[in-house]
Design a protein around this ligand. Structure first.
Ligand SMILES: Cc1cc2nc3c(=O)[nH]c(=O)nc-3n(C[C@H](O)[C@H](O)[C@H](O)COP(=O)(O)OP(=O)(O)OC[C@H]3O[C@@H](n4cnc5c(N)ncnc54)[C@H](O)[C@@H]3O)c2cc1C
Ligand code: SF4
Ligand code: SF4
Length: 487
């Protein structure tokens, strides 16, 4: 018996992986830290094509399975590699109504699952999304399918709320989005302008203009009127709560109300909106997540030559911040102080120092991260004139009562407990999430449930999302897709 007969017919050799990514250029450190100019530069057309050609077009699209909104990135990469940027832009926008924002700030879960990562740097999937929109025709407008005589209220215009408005708008529902702020985008409003701007949110929202979606700003539902008014008096047949985590958490240590102590969310939002903020020359930011990274880098730019220190109570390995953001902060000269927990903010009428205690890492907690344990007698004071507190956010649930029986996720997002994120009140759904694309993914699931709920009321079967550009195709998973990868 020959070797071939023993092992079956010879398989084609697997395609060769090219582990070297086409570099993404960055603004030089000395020019970028004096203002809010964009840090990461776009690929040129030729570089985008070169990078896209590294993709081996896996038969099973690992990248798509890892994307919370199942964006068919494999397909837009194929089109970019062929130089068809118009086609790539259309594929991108077909599943992703916030693509202009996500091509700049998505945490690119797709890249973590890309097979090329086994040998080197994964395909720059997020950056290629940007190339598709920059060089292809991206000023497309979404088209609603046949109008349905049913209205839905969405509370909160963050990524979850905007995704819901799009999902239901393209299905022909009439949607009203209530937002307590004067601007749209939710927590994306706090992302610094060197990463993305308000204009990016407006570019995405502009493509909604032909959908039956109304935006009502400056209206805090639950405080200004009770949520059940929407159903009982205002004629909405379903409600989606996407209120996110708009309030900041506090440290709970003495001195937190001293002048010179700023909650990170307010600080970042004010800087973005051009509202004057006062920071000194010795700034401490407390926290280890992405909000802390945005705060240190924004404080550096606002301080005009000041010194910025990040204080975190665990070690570098436990920091939840995105490595890309940590790299950005480090290369801009931010000082990192690990294993110090804040005890008190000291000062005589103004913040003058942060009293901290050294920590050691103990056994892992329920989430698997090693818990910090105080070292007795290790207190010290780090001098400063400004303290920015970036230790997390929480939902403001005023007006959202126990009848909804909401669940709070580990990161504090309110969700309905039933299938499709329905709450204990039939027809009222609630979701959102810990990143822009996760929030959108949760909305995608809730939109199917709301469509099923409203279709049943009409006595019709629910149907998949239609082609948002008015074609006859319905949403379908790409060939080879097996199951979502959600880590
Ligand atoms: C500084 C910072 C940087 C971040 N960077 C990134 C990043 O780079 N990439 C990424 O993917 N994610 C990032 N995130 C996380 C991301 O912004 C959130 O995960 C996402 O915005 C959550 O979307 P959401 O729609 O669930 O909630 P939110 O964005 O919180 O939106 C909720 C909206 O509801 C409104 N609202 C609340 N209560 C009411 C009410 N009663 N009536 C009416 N309106 C109400 C709020 O004003 C808000 O507009 C960042 C977050 C912060 C704070
Ligand atoms: S939306 Fe984010 S996770 Fe999805 S394909 Fe784009 S970059 Fe990747
Ligand atoms: S996993 Fe990577 S190589 Fe495979 S199709 Fe996706 S982007 Fe291309």
């Amino acid at each position: 018996m020959t070797a071939a007969a023993a092992t079956g017919p010879a398989r084609p050799a697997p395609p060769k992986l090219n582990p070297v990514r086409v570099p993404i250029s960055e603004e030089p450190i000395d020019t970028r830290t004096t203002d809010f100019r964009e840090v990461l530069h776009a690929y040129s057309k030729d570089d985008a094509i070169l990078e896209a050609k590294r993709c081996i077009q896996c038969r099973r699209p690992w990248c798509v399975e890892a994307c919370p909104i199942t964006q068919d990135c494999r397909e837009y990469i194929r089109l970019v590699a062929d130089g068809d940027f118009d086609g790539a832009a259309r594929v991108t926008l077909r599943e992703n109504p916030l693509a202009t924002c996500l091509c700049k700030v998505c945490y690119h879960y797709c890249e973590d699952s890309c097979v090329v990562k086994k040998k080197g740097l994964p395909i720059a999937i997020r950056h290629l999304k940007r190339a598709a929109l920059d060089y292809g025709q991206s000023d497309l407008v979404y088209i609603p399918s046949k109008p349905k005589s049913q209205r839905v209220a969405v509370i909160g215009a963050g990524p979850a709320g905007l995704m819901m408005a799009w999902e239901l708008g393209v299905r022909g529902y009439s949607v009203t989005v209530f937002e307590q702020e004067r601007r749209y985008g939710g927590l994306m409003q706090t992302i610094p302008a060197y990463r993305m701007t308000d204009a990016d949110v407006e570019t995405d929202r502009g493509r909604f203009r032909d959908l039956d979606v109304k935006f009502v700003d400056g209206t805090k539902v639950g405080r200004e009127f009770p949520i059940d008014r929407l159903v009982k008096d205002d004629g909405y047949q379903a409600v989606f709560i996407s209120i996110g985590t708009s309030s900041h958490r506090t440290l709970g240590v003495p001195g937190e109300s001293l002048p010179g102590v700023l909650p990170a969310l307010d600080f970042l939002k004010n800087v973005n909106q051009g509202i004057p903020v006062t920071v000194g020359k010795e700034i401490i930011v407390i926290g280890g997540g992405d909000v802390a990274m945005d705060s240190v880098r924004t404080a550096l730019r606002e301080s005009h030559g000041g010194r910025v220190t990040l204080v975190y109570r665990r070690s570098r390995q436990e920091m939840p911040a995105d490595p890309e953001e940590v790299h950005g902060a480090e290369s801009e000269g931010i000082r990192f102080v690990f294993l110090k927990a804040p005890l008190q903010i000291v000062g005589n009428g103004h913040a003058e120092g942060l009293r901290v205690q050294t920590m050691e890492l103990g056994p892992p907690d329920a989430g698997g991260r090693r818990s910090p344990v105080p070292v007795p007698g290790s207190e010290e004071t780090i001098s400063c004139d400004t303290v920015i507190v970036a230790v997390g956010q929480k939902a403001d649930l005023a007006g959202f009562g126990p009848e909804l029986d909401l669940k709070l996720t580990a990161q504090g997002w309110p969700e309905g407990k039933k299938k499709g994120f329905e709450t204990a009140v039939p027809g009222i759904f609630a979701a959102g999430g810990r990143s822009v694309v996760y929030a959108m993914g949760s909305s995608m699931e809730a939109a199917d449930a709301i469509d099923a709920y409203l279709s049943a009321k009409r006595g019709e079967p629910a149907s998949p999302r239609p082609d948002p550009f008015g074609g006859t195709e319905k949403f379908h998973l790409p060939p080879g897709y097996t199951a979502p990868i959600r880590e």
